[in-house]
Design a protein. Structure first.
Length: 228
């Protein structure tokens, strides 16, 4: 079995949840981009973790391929494949992957559970919105259940039944319950975006064995989650 890379190359704040010859699954902290952007090509999880698997060797040809993405201010589970073929195999089955988030929403949701369904499209300003014409958007479905309620907020477990850009943030904002700390979609009063990629489960693309992983919500969420 190959020796893991020295921990000195692991990016600060990143924790490995699972690794084998095909996949690398990590816990991404709030504030770190998932993949390169024009304005920040180096300080992102993909670039930093590529250096990690290369053990600091500039001539290494090892590569990572992002399977999913999290917004910069969303923390939690981030998947990478170690080959393009493995990424494509994960993408082919992505809608069947079980994906759970913890979100703290503004206001009081009237029900204890439900499902949101809409068709999402991105405009020229990169803002995602629901559209009435189904041919202009992609189907987005989010199943949710209340975990706790407080003064002016509701903490929910949100299950992504599809995986669209900004899906949770957009759908809850459009029903009047934006995620706390979401400056883009309507609620800025929090020290961070109150959204965390909590749990994931999927059949391994090579072996078929079920992989279940969990990233406990950071300390920020402790004031909203019920005591165990």
């Amino acid at each position: 079995m190959p020796k893991p890379p020295p921990k000195k190359f692991l990016p600060r704040g990143v924790r490995i949840l699972f690794e084998d010859a095909d996949l690398l699954v990590v816990e991404k902290p709030c504030g770190l981009l998932s993949v390169p952007a024009r304005y920040e090509p180096e300080r992102n999880a993909l670039a930093l973790l590529t250096r990690f698997i290369r053990k600091g060797q500039s001539r290494s040809r090892k590569e990572l391929f992002a399977v999913n993405r999290l917004d910069r201010e969303t923390s939690g589970i981030l998947l990478f494949a170690k080959s393009l073929a493995m990424r494509e195999r994960m993408h082919e089955r992505w809608d069947a992957v079980e994906k759970f988030y913890v979100a703290v929403l503004a206001g009081a949701l009237p029900q204890d559970e439900g499902e949101l369904k809409s068709f999402l499209a991105q405009d020229e300003n990169y803002r995602v919105r629901s559209v009435r014409d189904e041919t202009l958007g992609k189907l987005a479905r989010t199943r949710w259940r209340v975990l706790a309620r407080g003064n002016g907020w509701t903490c929910v477990r949100a299950e992504l039944l599809t995986g669209r850009k900004n899906q949770i943030r957009v759908q809850f904002a459009e029903i009047g319950h934006a995620v706390l700390g979401d400056r883009f979609y309507g609620h800025a009063r929090a020290e961070r975006l109150a959204l965390h990629a909590w749990k994931i489960a999927f059949p391994h693309p090579r072996t078929g064995a079920r992989v279940e992983l969990e990233s406990p919500p950071p300390e920020f969420f402790s004031r909203f989650l019920p005591a165990e």
